[in-house]
Design a protein around this ligand. Structure first.
Ligand code: DOR
Length: 417
């Protein structure tokens, strides 16, 4: 599969590039792709690798291995590490570890120092190291003044994108799940859809006045998606992503009181899930991003209101996309791969990723079997953590091989790095 369609062919790789696509090609080493789709490597704009600071939940090495097993050849490492990626030394260390890992790692930088929402981080210095996405993810930039200043600063940095975790803390703070019927019934304080919708509305206005590139992380509400649709129709330079858990799960899952289903923004209603799917289908949402958020088992086994938010995503994203979006006909396989590969690659400026599978392209490839069924086993995942909400479920479609710059990093479903 490439950006222009699907055909049966061999793909010959020489060094780090695709040398030829055709039939009857032979090489020194051959990977069987019978029954598989050969796609551009997947790209994840939103991954928490936890290093530095929370290495007992994940490291750059283990997170990148999980990414490669999921078919990803490039990931963006979120900056809510400890210390935060608000400093050139921290970002340099993340990039150095990433360069030794199983996929390309682009470091995101924070918008504000220590993600505290006040003083801007040294965005120019971080940009000089290769940072393109700036975000305080995990926290919203609540101050409109700070957000406008960040957008103005980013406009002077080529390729820079300001990415907002859109949840107004004055509305969502103290909440642990979506505010609605289920939160009332369960007696768990809620995080209302309005917390997301109001920030998206405000930031669309700020993007319009500054002309800067703005990206919305993990959109989860019908209202926010409609606002982005309208902003895009006006030609604003806005992009958005959605996470697989927001098109596969609803707040009803929280009735189990199992914190495995606790995430920010929270799992929402059936109507919101339908809106996320529609937004992905019509391109309002440009990218599927996992928001892979590993947490130690002991932390996730605490009572719902004390447990940290977040769930794993790297190793299940492709299968969930195929099962929930492609198989039922919500979108074509080509459009799904656009959201998983070349869409996010374009947002992050990752020119070596996202295909097309043509002679001359860098050989970053995801070879997946769309038909194979497999059972998610939390402890068998490559991630150091095991907080997947899909444990025990049978999914369809899995990566067989992942090739990073011409080098196989996953072969027959096993990591080789
Ligand atoms: O659920 C979440 N977990 N949402 C975020 O924005 C941050 C993430 C984390 O870092 O655990």
């Amino acid at each position: 599969m490439d950006q222009t369609g699907e055909r049966a062919a061999d793909v010959l790789v020489a060094d780090d590039r695709i040398a030829e696509v055709g039939t009857g090609l032979r090489g020194d080493r051959e990977l069987d792709a019978g029954g598989c789709i050969v796609a551009p490597g997947l790209v994840d704009l939103h991954v928490h690798l936890r290093e530095p600071g929370m290495e007992d939940a994940e490291t750059i090495e283990t997170g990148a291995r999980a990414a490669a097993l999921g078919g990803f050849t490039a990931i963006v490492a979120m900056p809510n590490t400890t210390p935060a990626q608000d400093d050139p030394a921290v970002v340099s260390a993340v990039l150095a570890a990433g360069s030794r890992s199983s996929c390309d790692v682009q470091a995101a930088g924070t918008i504000t120092k220590a993600r505290a929402g006040g003083e801007l981080a040294p965005m120019g210095e971080l940009h000089a190291l290769g940072v393109r996405i700036f975000t305080d993810d995990g926290s919203c930039v609540d101050s409109a003044g700070v957000m406008r200043a960040a957008l103005e600063y980013a406009a002077s940095l080529p390729g820079a994108v300001v990415a907002q975790h859109a949840e107004d803390d004055s509305l969502a703070g103290g909440g642990h799940m979506h505010e609605g019927d289920w939160s009332s019934r369960l007696g768990i304080p809620g995080r209302p859809a309005a917390a997301e919708d109001t920030i998206v509305a405000r930031d669309c206005i700020l993007a319009a006045t500054t002309g800067s590139r703005l990206h919305f992380l993990h959109l989860s509400t019908a209202g926010a998606i409609e606002l982005v649709r309208a902003a895009k129709a006006r030609g604003l330079p806005i992009t958005a992503e959605a996470a697989p858990h927001h098109f596969t799960l609803t707040d009803a899952a929280c009735a189990s009181f199992d914190p495995i289903f606790k995430v920010n923004p929270p799992l929402r209603t059936d109507a919101d899930v339908a809106a996320v799917k529609a937004g992905l289908a019509d391109g309002t949402i440009d990218a599927i991003a996992t928001d892979h958020a590993p947490h130690r088992t002991e932390a996730k086994e605490r009572p719902f209101e004390e447990a940290p938010p977040g769930m794993l995503g790297l190793e299940t994203a492709l299968a969930l996309t195929l099962g929930e979006l492609v198989e039922p006909g919500v979108m074509s396989l080509g459009d799904a791969l656009a959201r998983l590969s070349w869409g996010p690659a374009a947002i992050a400026g990752l020119a070596d990723h996202g295909g097309p599978v043509h002679a001359g392209s860098i050989a970053n490839l995801c070879v997946f079997d769309p038909g194979v069924r497999w059972v998610v086993e939390a402890d068998a995942l490559a991630s150091r953590a095991s907080n997947t909400p899909y444990a025990g479920q049978t999914l369809r479609g899995r990566t067989r091989h992942t090739v990073l710059r011409g080098t196989p990093v996953v072969v027959d479903g096993s990591p080789v790095r």
